[in-house]
Design a protein around this ligand. Structure first.
Ligand code: SF4
Length: 377
């Protein structure tokens, strides 16, 4: 399998180009088809992405309807546990990247939690909520935290936590995925963000390290499913793509990738995340094409909801408080007051990978959801 089996950039661009200025009737027809909750063709997805702004409220209303019908008024929290911020990649936008050392780390030390610290962090997290799913994250550093260490840490997790384990770690080989699967009894979800489906933008933003290999990353969910992982998730980093179609291209990429998984494995991704680029203090980086128009961003998420209705959509503390409430009716999963640094669930003083606009505690967010009438799980 190669990445060309999953994504064909020319096809995406020609469908977007061919439906660049849809008539009002075309948009409303596509919205009508979307309301069935059966998903959208690539062409209908492009029509909605290119819809004129006066029709965006129709798209958002349809997305709310479909979300409520298929997923109910339910938000699932996931817990977040950072294991390591050591990383040999050099993603240009990231505060944990190898090239950010000089800029922001100074005398601070990158860190991989010892097993003891990790257990302490996990226990602190689990005290806050009865999580059905917990996401474990680590930078890519084969010496600091390799696959054997990952297995050891997750076996420790499975002794005290029986819910779903989400591994948001660097792509593994098929053999490594199999070893992880065989060692861990919990439901397993592999999550990795492609960041961008545009190969050229990807290569510019990820110049060195294993992550520079676009195809290795794009095919990783398939390797995980082949190895017996129960489910996979993906996402893009909005703001990176400054090409002709920008973020609209990325939604088409998510849709195409999802269709590939469905055709090959019979499953769509369990989750899609919608992070917007946030730059850590001290990192010298200009976001190529910021998606700072909230209405435009909601439209992108709404079209995804209509295009891939069964997949859970995730919004996190990367978004501002008020905006999270606004977009909640079209998504299903949120993080529980995530703290993006190793040990941050028990130690307030650790370095974060990025600045978070929403610094409320999980408890405060849960209270808000309940007041809004959500069933919080
Ligand atoms: S985004 Fe992830 S892979 Fe890239 S430098 Fe940061 S921690 Fe490493």
């Amino acid at each position: 399998m190669t990445f060309q089996d999953i994504i064909n950039c020319s096809t995406i661009e020609s469908v977007l180009d061919g439906n660049n200025s849809p008539a009002k009737e075309e948009v409303l027809d596509a919205v009508g088809r979307a309301r069935s909750g059966e998903g959208l063709s690539l062409k209908d997805t492009a029509i909605l992405l290119n819809a004129p702004s006066e029709l965006v409220p129709d798209i958002i209303e349809a997305a709310k309807e479909v979300n409520l019908r298929i997923h109910g008024k339910v938000i699932t929290f996931y817990g977040v546990c950072y294991i390591s911020d050591e990383c040999i990649n050099a993603c240009r936008y990231c505060g944990d990247s190898a090239h950010s050392d000089v800029q922001i780390w100074g005398s601070a030390k990158r860190r991989t939690l010892t097993l003891e610290e990790f257990e302490k962090d996990l226990s602190a997290l689990l005290e806050g909520h009865d999580f059905k799913e917990v996401c474990f994250l680590a930078g890519e550093h084969p010496k600091a935290f390799d696959t054997d260490a990952l297995i050891l840490y997750m076996q420790t997790v499975s002794e005290i936590y029986k819910g779903k384990i989400i591994l948001n770690v660097a792509p593994k080989t098929a053999e490594e995925f199999r070893r992880i699967r065989d060692a861990i009894p919990n439901k397993l979800h592999f999550r990795v963000f492609q960041e961008t489906y545009d190969r050229y933008v990807y290569e510019r933003e990820h110049p060195t390290g294993p992550k520079a290999d676009f195809g290795w990353r794009l095919t990783s969910q398939s390797r995980a499913l082949e190895a017996g992982f129960d489910e996979v998730g993906f996402g893009v980093l909005f703001g990176l793509n400054d090409g002709k179609f920008g973020s609209r291209y990325e939604i088409m990429g998510l849709k195409t990738h999802s269709d590939y998984l469905s055709a090959t494995f019979g499953v769509h991704p369990m989750s899609i995340s919608f992070p917007r680029v946030l730059v850590a203090t001290g990192v010298d980086y200009e976001i190529p094409q910021p998606v700072d128009d909230d209405v435009e961003f909601i439209k992108l998420v709404a079209v995804t909801r209509l295009a891939i209705p069964e997949t859970n959509l995730i919004i996190t503390c990367r978004e501002k408080t008020g905006f999270r409430s606004k977009i909640r009716p079209i998504i299903n999963i949120e993080d529980f007051g995530a703290k993006p640094g190793p040990g941050a669930n028990y130690d307030n003083g650790v370095h974060f990978q990025m600045e978070l606009p929403d610094r409320r505690s999980g408890e405060e967010i849960r209270q808000e959801m309940k007041e809004q009438g959500y069933d919080v799980r």
